[in-house]
Design a protein around this ligand. Sequence first.
Ligand SMILES: C[C@H](O)[C@H](O)CC(=O)C(=O)O
Ligand SMILES: [Mg+2]
Length: 399
Amino acid sequence: MKISPKIKQVRAYVIKGGEGGGGADYHDQGEGHWIDNHIATSMGRYPEYRQSRKSFGINVLGTLVVEIEADDGTVGFAVTTGGEPACYMVEKHFARFLEGRNPFEYERIWDQMYFGSQYYGRKGIVVNAISGVDLALWDLMGKLRQEPVYHMLGGAVRDELQFYATGARPDLAKEMGFIGGKLPLYHGPIEGDEGLKKNIELIADMRSRVGEDFWLMYDCWMALDVNYATKLAHKCHEYGLKWIEEAINPDDYWGYQQLKKNVPAGMLVTTGEHESTRWGFKMLLEMGCCDIIQPDVGWCGGVTELLKISALADAHGALVVPHGSSVYSYHFVITRHNSPFAEFLMMAPKADHVAPMFHPQLLNEPIPEKGRLKVTALDKPGFGVDLNPEVKLYRPYEH
Ligand SMILES: C[C@H](O)[C@H](O)CC(=O)C(=O)O
Ligand SMILES: [Mg+2]
């Protein structure tokens, strides 16, 4: 029997450099980027926070980088959001559940991180930190086995991934070969009928540019109430809106249940990028809140937890289309029949060309060509990406 190396050390870093760092904290972009241009949020009720999400601190956390080193010198790593607070949790709390252990014991490690922090965690930044550790562990396992993560998840169920694009220009996304385009919703309920009219005019304009069959979706980033979302859904139906995403507060499962009943027949309700763990998704699925769940692999508990969330969704007949998360999502989506396509977040400031999602933090990050990515692009050990050595790391805590 081959004896596996043991985990020697866990380290957590933030990226030095501040504003506009991009990467895993993908909202941390420079001035003029589409992702920070008057997008509807629940903070929009305060005029001073309506124009820019950075103004209320959407990029305040920054990226978390987790490295896990085995005693043979192999290092697995992952990036997600969480910044310094997540570094503290990883170094001061979670590292104890890994160091000295066999890295292939990912179930026990996950369980101990989750239940060891249950009294202050369960969601949000704590689960971001758990996700970062879990993804770094899968990267390490892949490197130790010299296998891509998707092999360890059961292997590919298709030869390539197909993507829809999220960004300000679905019309350009269509030209680039994507199967659909998801627009941010720009105007929330506080902007009244005039804002609603502008939302409708935009979808009408995009429909006229992309023709009948191209998917168009609206991402509402938790900004609406059930009444507004219902009205928006019905008005957009005429323009073939495929789904309405994250329309209301993620804690309002009852609101989603109602919205799902209210939307026009055939329109899908999607949500879940700010939901965590099998228990959070159990609420969405058992209460019939949505048609597609959208866990973010870097936020929901990592790959170990996504396996459970996905099995639960499959049993409920729901699709799993992870939110963003680049390679961490690709290695999962390629292995599951109930994840038939993936999201690509357009990180180019004007959404006019394909740019790597987690640039500049990752090297060798695969990107879609003509809206597709061959599984062979994932054929490297672990998640198949490297940390860009030019990006300066800072380790705020040690243990
Ligand atoms: C565009 C959205 O407001 C958000 O920035 C990204 C997102 O929710 C998604 O990609 O989905
Ligand atoms: Mg979204």
